[in-house]
Design a protein around this ligand. Structure first.
Ligand SMILES: Cc1ncc(COP(=O)(O)O)c(C=O)c1O
Length: 411
């Protein structure tokens, strides 16, 4: 019997609190097993997963085809580094670039690393092709962005808790309001190398920009001859009802950042995907990663791309996403300020004077549905794309009940 199976839930939580860093504030549930859209705690209680590990588990937990691809690869070749060629990497790059309608990939591991890769590409492209003086390239970003946790990236975050005490930060980022294409146009100057935007802001609370925003950004970047880079680490691979969110407006970027679901929920796999000329700013030795594009990653990611296609997961997300939004909009409750989303990705904004999002999540957890609030006021609904409609609607019903339980009636 394993040590953890002998310990109580409270004992396991206490261990983590005592020996781990306190950089997360998890709900008090200890998970031991997952399958499809379900998670199970140490006592065997089943939960509907409405988080999908921030889209990392978009294809469901332990998808049999993905597990098979990983096991198969494990019997053949593990990690070899990029000092040599390996037999899956070229095909992985071809298939991923093809899915995005772009030409070349640079594989990394985490989303933040792929964002860093995009920043390097944009700056060097600015120096080499746009005659921006070395060290002066600027990148336009949106307020409320979330692109990861490196010091460069949190340096252009507008969230004080991500930044406090972690400076000094890298210069060269100009922040404009999200959803305002005109503001981007106005901010572009002689040293602007790129615009870096999430097509839907996930961590900010599933903020959907006005229709036409992505297409306007494409036109503006074309007019100024600068790069448009979308961060689809969370919105990609079907989450927003298309393979990539930019497809909603046919706004193909020059560079695309992907991660999370690409690793099939099994291992970290991310990539910067770009037009050939953009990717060619990288020369041997200029950038790299020990684990980026390793044989295990390539095998799982190739199968993940195939699963996305074979199971029509983007279409499934589009269709079920409509049921999700309709069901959420049908809830009439004074604590609900707004319901928004696209595909299987919705946020319900609560009035903080009437409801505490964290308490609602705790009440949902007790009733068998797992999600987590974002920005203290938004309840997130982002289930694995393989979820069935009955579970999806059950989760909404549980949310409704949890609201009723936690919100004090108004006088
Ligand atoms: C849009 C976006 N970009 C980048 C990241 C960072 O990814 P990672 O946590 O894998 O570094 C995230 C993570 O939530 C994200 O949502």
């Amino acid at each position: 019997m394993s040590l953890q199976s002998c310990m109580t839930t409270q004992g396991l939580i206490a261990r983590e609190a005592r020996f781990g860093a306190k950089n997360y504030a998890p709900l008090p549930v200890v998970l031991a097993r997952g399958a499809g859209a379900h998670l199970f705690d140490t006592s065997g209680k089943r939960y509907i997963d409405m988080m999908s590990a921030y889209s990392a588990a978009s294809f469901g937990h332990l998808h049999p085809r993905l597990v098979h691809a990983l096991k198969n690869q494990l019997e053949r070749l593990d990690i070899v580094s990029r000092a040599y060629y390996s037999d899956n990497l070229g095909l992985f790059c071809e298939e991923l670039a093809g899915l995005a309608g772009l030409e070349a990939c640079l594989p990394m591991n985490t989303g933040a690393e792929a964002v860093e890769t995009a920043i390097k590409a944009a700056r060097r492209n600015g120096c080499d092709r746009l005659s921006i003086p070395e060290g002066q390239a600027e990148i336009i970003v949106a307020a409320g962005n979330f692109h990861g946790r490196t010091t460069t990236i949190v340096g252009f975050s507008s969230e004080p808790s991500y930044r406090r005490g972690f400076g000094p930060f890298a210069p060269g980022f100009i922040t404009v309001p999200f959803g305002d294409a005109k503001a981007v146009d106005t901010a572009i100057g002689p040293c602007t190398a790129a615009v870096l935007i999430e097509p839907i802001q996930g961590e900010a609370g599933i903020i959907v920009p006005p229709e036409g925003y992505l297409a306007s950004l494409r036109r503006i970047c074309d007019r100024h001859g600068i790069l448009l880079i979308f961060d689809e680490v969370q919105s990609g691979f079907g989450r927003a009802g298309r393979n990539f969110c930019f497809e909603h407006e046919n706004a193909k970027p020059d560079g695309l950042i992907v991660g999370k679901a690409l690793g099939g929920g099994l291992i970290p796999v991310s990539a910067f995907i770009a037009r050939r000329t953009v990717m060619d700013v990288f020369t041997p030795g200029s950038h790299g990663s020990t684990f980026g594009g390793n044989p295990l990653a390539a095998a799982v990611a190739r199968e993940a791309i195939q699963v996305l296609r074979d199971e029509d997961l983007a279409l499934r997300s589009h269709v079920l996403g409509k049921s999700l939004l309709n069901a959420l909009e049908d809830i009439s409750h004074p604590a609900i300020v707004e319901v928004r989303g696209k595909g299987l990705w919705a946020g319900v904004e609560l009035d903080p004077a009437r409801a505490k999002a964290k308490d609602v999540c705790l009440a949902m957890m007790r009733r068998g549905v797992l999600t987590k609030e974002t920005h203290d006021t938004v309840i997130r609904f982002a289930p694995p794309l393989v979820i069935d409609e009955a579970d999806l609607l059950k989760a909404v019903e549980v949310f409704h009940d949890a609201l009723a339980e936690t919100v004090a009636p108004m006088d």
